[in-house]
Write a protein that binds this ligand. Structure first.
Ligand code: CMC
Length: 376
């Protein structure tokens, strides 16, 4: 048999490709998009600027930014056939399933954007613009809220909040959501981005790549962790019960969602920024319940396991205070990460090589074939 090198389970530390889009320094706790530190971008930029940066490799000028905002505003509507399909979906469906299915369906009505290998920034902009509409349209249907209008004058962050909440967000809410979108926009070769790049590397189209990515983000070890953090907080209920419940989980070798990371060996810089926003939004709402619970959970998990929080720990506490239901947290993550997925797909098309690793075969060989009638 051919000798195969040692298996790197979960492809840990395997360098699969070169990319200019995103750099993570897991030892220093730094995250860089196209050369810019995430802390600068979160403090000074907007999601629109960051999406442009990820796609074009440079920050936009004022007029380029205005053009992009105009395009986002113009690209928010869904074809009527897709709206009809949304009418048919069960109200109890998981919003991540709805997102995955609807992006896939959208491709049927937007053939120009789905040509195999089309190197289309237009498709990237379309998908980024429209994901909040899909979420909003589904959520409004299941709650019996009025139909969504595209509101082209709103930023992506404000539009996302408006689409879900059916009210104007405050300036502070829109800013917090904008920061959350910036922080989630890209993260190097995370599982969903890798899935998108694998799909693109077969010369499949952008919509197929994003459909693959949404299905991958859904899992609780990836984007699905934020929703489960809130389930944990609801189970805990009060600060006085944190020790007992978290300790119990760790003793039973259960994972505490929102902690640990494959790449960061120190605190995830996105968690640092979101912790601050969780406190700010809690103070503004006069409700620090989630913030205080999370601080205590952090203390116990760090003391007992030496684990640090990741991006998913604090995001849900911010969204919950806006009145967003937990099953929309991961779709919100997708509404941001779509900028990164599409940037990576476009990069893949530029430097294409089929992604096709090898498995170490540990099964049997040379078994004698037994005809079906003689098998016992
Ligand atoms: N809670 C309890 N124990 C943990 C956790 C956790 N959250 N994370 C890691 N560990 C333990 C794990 O049990 C193992 O312990 P031992 O060696 O005693 O068996 C050790 O740490 C190493 O874990 P691993 O699974 O080999 O590490 P990994 O690099 O494969 O895991 C991870 C990375 C994110 C899957 C993991 O930390 C995890 O499951 N975290 C909880 C889910 C989560 O918060 N996911 C969001 C990740 S960040 C955003 C995103 O990418 O979507």
């Amino acid at each position: 048999m051919v000798e195969i090198a040692e298996v790197q389970r979960g492809l840990e530390d395997v360098v699969a490709l070169e990319s200019r889009i995103c750099f993570i320094d897991g030892k220093q706790g730094r995250l860089i998009y196209q050369g810019y530190d995430i802390r600068d971008l979160a403090a000074r930029s907007t999601f629109e600027e960051v999406a442009y940066l990820l796609w074009y490799g440079r920050l936009p000028t004022a007029s380029q930014l205005t053009d992009l905002k105009t395009r986002f505003g113009a690209l928010r509507s869904l074809p009527h056939q897709v709206c009809q399909q949304l009418d048919q979906l069960p109200a109890e469906a998981s919003p991540m399933d709805v997102l995955r299915t609807t992006v896939s369906a959208l491709a049927l009505y937007e053939p120009d954007e789905t040509r195999p290998g089309a190197s289309s920034i237009g498709g990237a902009q379309r998908l980024t613009a429209v994901l909040p509409t899909i979420l909003g349209e589904f959520h409004r249907r299941r709650r019996g809220l009025p139909a969504l209008t595209p509101r082209p004058e709103l930023s992506q962050a404000a539009y996302l909040l408006y689409a879900i909440l059916n009210r104007e967000p405050t300036e502070l809410e829109a800013k917090a959501m904008d920061v959350a979108l910036i922080l989630h926009a890209d993260h190097e070769l995370n599982a969903s981005t890798f899935a998108a790049r694998v799909t693109a590397s077969t010369l499949s189209d952008l919509y197929s790549a994003v459909t693959s990515a949404i299905g991958t983000l859904k899992g609780p070890l990836h984007g699905g962790a934020n929703e489960r953090v809130m389930q944990l907080l609801d189970e805990i209920g009060s600060v006085g019960r944190v020790e007992e419940i978290v300790h119990g989980k760790l003793v039973r070798h259960e994972r505490v969602m929102g902690f640990g990371h494959r790449v960061y060996k120190v605190e995830d810089p996105r968690a640092t920024i979101l912790r601050d926003w969780s406190r700010r939004i809690g103070e503004a709402a006069g409700n620090l319940h989630y913030y205080e619970l999370l601080r205590k959970v952090e203390e116990v998990v760090h003391r007992e396991k030496g684990l640090y929080p990741n991006v998913d720990l604090y995001s849900g506490s911010v969204y919950s205070l806006f009145g967003i239901p937990p099953d929309l947290f991961t779709p919100i993550f997708a509404s941001s990460r779509v900028a990164g997925w599409t940037a990576h797909v476009l990069e893949e098309y530029q430097d294409l090589r089929l992604i096709r690793p090898t498995a170490k075969y540990v099964g049997q060989v040379d078994l004698p074939y037994v005809p079906v009638a003689q098998r016992s």
